[in-house]
Design a protein around this ligand. Structure first.
Ligand SMILES: C[S@@+](CC[C@H](N)C(=O)[O-])C[C@H]1O[C@@H](n2cnc3c(N)ncnc32)[C@H](O)[C@@H]1O
Length: 514
């Protein structure tokens, strides 16, 4: 719990900031938060050396019980966090619609006053990847506005109008898909409305950088498996996860971290050389960048099927100045011919979207050095069962639903959660962005597991189970089974039957090769 009043100064040292962020992350406000705490939250949310998502629920709870809407907190939340709250989402949708209607009625707000809030709504809509539904009337207005931007810009000579139009369109569609966006950028050149113009320019710049990066991504092996090709197509359109900043871990030698994590394990022989780590299915880079920062003496290879995801990852690695990662486009199944061997392999949230997860897991196992470590993350059938009611709403070919149908189905899930009081998918963070929800419920392939199945696979692959991530319920396990071994998957299976949402995000565990 936070006890000291942190109002006077904000932490300059990252360790102090982490300590305060960790304490605040546990808090949920049910009464107005003191101004000093709100200021601290705003400060922490804007820091680039923390992950603001960790403070999202706290900040949203503070926002919701704030009688006099704190604009700085609102802006920080909308710009830095993907809002994972249906009520606040409704408020953002209403705000977006107000801007649209005003635009349609040519009743623009004075831009200097409205620009910061407009910029924040643009950011939030970009962060959620425009996941919010639109009414038919709203869509008509949006289409008209997009057409007006495309047709009228050269004649307006009104930079502020051009900027406002572009901003409202960007609340509904990615700017790079808007036909008139480039001319709107030109036409808005004279508008003095930071941070709105900065926000829009930054979104365009990031997208351009990723397109440029994509051209130069090198490949490793080939993608011939039909399911891998379908999965690639999914993540080319919806790179996952879209993250902003991450908490920089303290850099330490690989062997020291592993010896501390597994005190009784014999480590792979890494003396006199750099450790080698493979992150398989690295997505948009948060995972390999974290790994590369954490192990000071390791070279990381990060592979993924999706060039769009890799481009995002490379842009972020550049932003963080992380140089010990090589990114390659590859299918795990295409790595069979690789001669390099790795001291550790991490593959989280990936194998369960392969045609045959055990085949992919086998390929990875063969790439381990003797005594090499492997971290795996797989969906739990039991934990995901509470989304069954939501799944019943989905059509058979759910991966192919149009954006409009996708948003309508999402609204149906919100309606179902409200009507029944059972949150289902709405309690999961991924529900609140397009790439997240597509990943969560609209995937071309998702295979769920239970612990007995995992125990068999681990055995068949000749691996030793070393335990789940400690942050995942280890303390609760120890309280439930005092003296029981945390490496006993049968005990964990019993525990999961008793607590069905124990592994609600995934089973994430370590194994080791002999
Ligand atoms: C749910 S995302 C997880 C990303 C990342 N591991 C994380 O935890 O943030 C799954 C990723 O696995 C990649 N993927 C799926 N099947 C793959 C395969 N056969 N080979 C390589 N990457 C694959 C997808 O392209 C996607 O980026």
């Amino acid at each position: 719990m936070l006890t000291a009043d942190p109002s006077s100064t904000h932490p300059t040292d990252v360790r102090d900031a982490i300590r305060l962020a960790d304490a605040l992350a546990q808090r949920r406000f049910v009464e107005p938060a003191p101004p000093s705490i709100r200021r601290l939250l705003v400060h922490l949310l804007w820091r680039n050396d923390l992950d603001p998502e960790e403070l999202g629920a706290t900040a949203v709870s503070a926002l919701k019980c704030d009688e006099m809407l704190d604009h700085e907190l609102l802006r920080a939340v909308l710009c830095r966090v993907t809002v994972k709250d249906v009520e606040v989402e409704q408020a953002v949708k209403a705000l977006r619609f107000t801007f649209l209607e005003r635009m349609a009625q040519e009743q623009a707000l004075p831009l200097d006053a409205a620009a910061p809030l407009m910029a924040a709504v643009v950011e939030q809509c970009h962060r959620t990847q425009h996941v919010y539904s639109e009414s038919a009337a709203e869509r008509t207005l949006v289409d008209r506005l997009i057409a007006a931007m495309n047709n009228d810009v050269p004649r307006t000579h009104n930079p502020e109008l051009a900027l406002r139009r572009l901003a409202v369109c960007a609340m509904y569609r990615p700017i790079w898909t808007l036909p008139g966006a480039e001319r709107a950028f030109e036409a808005s050149a004279g508008a003095d409305a930071t941070p709105l113009s900065d926000t829009l320019a930054e979104l365009r710049r990031e997208h351009r950088e990723e397109l440029e990066i994509q051209r130069d991504i090198r490949t490793l092996g080939t993608i011939t498996d039909a399911m891998s090709a379908s999965v690639q197509a999914h993540y080319e359109v919806h790179p996952y996860p879209r993250w902003l900043t991450l908490r920089r871990p303290a850099a330490r030698p690989f062997a020291a971290v592993m010896a501390e994590r597994f005190p009784d394990a014999v480590l792979p022989a890494t003396e006199g050389r750099r450790a080698s780590i493979l992150v398989a299915g690295c997505g948009t880079g948060a995972h390999p960048i974290h790994v590369a920062m954490k192990y000071a003496d390791a070279d990381v290879t990060a592979i993924d099927l999706s060039r769009a995801s890799l481009a995002y990852a490379i842009r972020k690695a550049r932003q963080y100045g992380v140089a010990n990662i090589e990114f390659r486009q590859a299918d795990i199944l295409g790595l069979r011919t690789l001669t390099q061997r790795f001291d550790a392999i991490e593959c989280v949230g990936v194998l369960h979207c392969m045609r045959d997860p055990s085949e992919g897991w086998r390929v990875l196992t063969d790439l381990l050095q003797p005594r090499g470590f492997m971290k795996i993350g797989l969906y739990s059938r039991q934990a995901r069962a509470d989304m069954d009611a939501d799944r019943l709403l989905l059509p058979a070919r759910r991966a192919e639903v149009s954006p409009e149908r996708f948003r309508a189905l999402r609204d149906a899930m919100i309606g179902r959660a409200r009507a029944t009081g059972i949150p289902g998918a709405t309690r999961i963070g991924d529900f609140y962005s397009t790439s997240g929800l597509r990943d969560l419920l609209f995937h071309v392939q998702e295979i769920e597991f239970d612990l007995p199945e995992i125990a068999l696979l681990v055995r068949d692959l000749g691996l030793t189970f070393l335990g789940f991530r400690p942050e995942d319920a280890l303390a609760r396990f120890r309280a439930r089974f005092p003296g029981g071994s945390a490496r006993d998957l049968a005990l964990w299976a019993q525990f999961e039957r008793e607590v069905p949402d124990l592994f609600w995000s995934m089973y994430v565990f370590w194994t080791q090769r002999a």
